[in-house]
Structure formats: structure tokens, C-alpha cells
Design a binder for this molecule. Sequence first.
Ligand SMILES: C[S@@+](CC[C@H](N)C(=O)[O-])C[C@H]1O[C@@H](n2cnc3c(N)ncnc32)[C@H](O)[C@@H]1O
Length: 277
Amino acid sequence: MKDANVFTKNDKHSSDHPSSADESAAPQNIYDNPTFFAGYQALRQNDTGLNGALEQPALHRFLPKLAGLQVLDLGCGFGDFARFAREQGATAVTGVDISSRMLEAAKALGSDGAIRYLNCSIEAHVPEEQSCDLVVSSLALHYVADYASLVGRVYRALKPGGRFVFSVEHPMCTAAPTAWVLDAYGRRLHWPVDQYRQEGRRETRWFVEGVVKYHRSIESYVNGLLAAGFQLEHLGEPAPIAHALAARSELQDECRRPPFLLLAAARPVTERDGPGP
Ligand SMILES: C[S@@+](CC[C@H](N)C(=O)[O-])C[C@H]1O[C@@H](n2cnc3c(N)ncnc32)[C@H](O)[C@@H]1O
């Protein structure tokens, strides 16, 4: 993918059928694998993935104004969003990531006393109740097995009126992540969707074998938010931005199926909460 791990033209993916492996297993820390890390860092440094062309512009459209906000970034990676949020006036940002390599690189990219990086899994991080105005997560939550529990923690972490904005690999891509079906000349015929209703663990190849992700349907992503009490504000299946499409012809294929799902939701303000932010 693209930093998204939607898959690049030359990537080969194993035929990752749903696995019945124990989903309560410890979260995988694949970004600390040296081969994976080197591949991912090169992808981001060269901007050959979909982050700048597609995912970040879409996510930014659904953010509230960041000035004065307490922000939590789940799966913060190199800290791009943390630095962006501070540039936009966020009061403080906490970035959580399981990968110490990613966090070392984040710190090397710029220190700021109001950015705090926690080397911790998203699953283990329990933010203080009503401590955040905004929880953001870019392309990390498809690595988390227990979505309902995560959404509950995020809801409790938000102040009334606070927002949860996140992107994940699109369920059409995580269902059967086998990559494009090609014709005899290597041309992309179509993207296969299979086992859509069979949610759970998938293993795929991205830089290395054995990358673990969790497939969920769109229905589950949305209903998980509603069940926790969120109000859904936006559901997006973003396409590449125009100037990226003009500059990179291979991005045309990203219009054939949605690489990412983007959701924006709010913790409602109730009468009990008094006036919201
Ligand atoms: C695709 S990268 C995205 C990084 C960053 N959000 C961005 O958009 O630039 C996914 C990040 O999530 C982190 N991650 C994956 N699974 C995690 C988990 N269970 N807990 C915490 N971080 C995790 C990875 O280490 C990696 O830094």
C-alpha cells in the first residue's frame, strides 16, 4: 500500500487468507524489523506512497481547527502529524507508537517540548478520561485486533465535543490482500475482493513476509463508533488529489478501488456535560 500498504506495482503479496490465529496475541511490532523499517522509511522519504498524494490531504479536510487543542495521535510513526498539529497551534500532542525505531526517527526530525512520544502499543495505552480534544490515527488501526475496546478508550479519552478522525486501509483491500489480478502481460485486470464477511487476522507481505493486519467490514468500522456513542460526521473513500494524479500516472489505479477508508466522528455534548469546547 502505500504507506499505505496498498500495494505498489511491483509488490508481490502472499495469498493471505483469513487466519484463525489467536487474536488476543501481543500486537506485532513489524516497524522495528530492520528490513521493513528501511523499506518503509525509503517509501516515506521518497514520497512514493499514497500518504501525501491521497491519505493526508483527505484526513486534513476533516480535522477541526487545531489551535489550542490537546491531541492524541495513535500510531504516530515519524511524528509528521504531531509536528503539523503543533505548527497549527495545538497546545500539546501525545504520539503513541509501538516502534522504538519510528519514535527515534520522529525525535530526530525535530524536538518540541509540547510533543510527547510514548513507546507503547495502542492496545496498552489508556489515556486519561476526557483529556483530549482530538484523537487522530493515520493508517495504524488496521493493526489493532480489538477495535471495540480501542473505540471505547478513545471515546472516554475525549472531552464532550471532541473528535476522533482516523484512516485505515480500506476493507476492500484488507479482505483478501492478494494484490491486483494481472493478465498475461502483467497488466492489472482487477482488484479481487473475497472473504469480506470473514473479519479478523490477515497475514500479508509488505517489505517482509508475515505482516499482520486485521480486516473489518465498513459496517463494523461504522457501527463500532455508533455503539460506543460517537456521532458519525464523515465517511470518506478518498481518491488521489488532482496534482498528484497529473504527476504520477500510476495513481490512476487508485481510482479503480478505494485504498483507504476515512472516518470522522464526535463525542456528543450532552446536557450533563454543560457547554462543549
Ligand atoms: C503506516 S504507519 C503510519 C505512521 C503515521 N501515523 C503516519 O501516518 O505517518 C503505522 C504506524 O503504526 C504503528 N503501529 C502499528 N501497530 C501498532 C500498535 N499496535 N500500537 C502502536 N503503534 C502501532 C507502527 O509502528 C507505525 O509507526
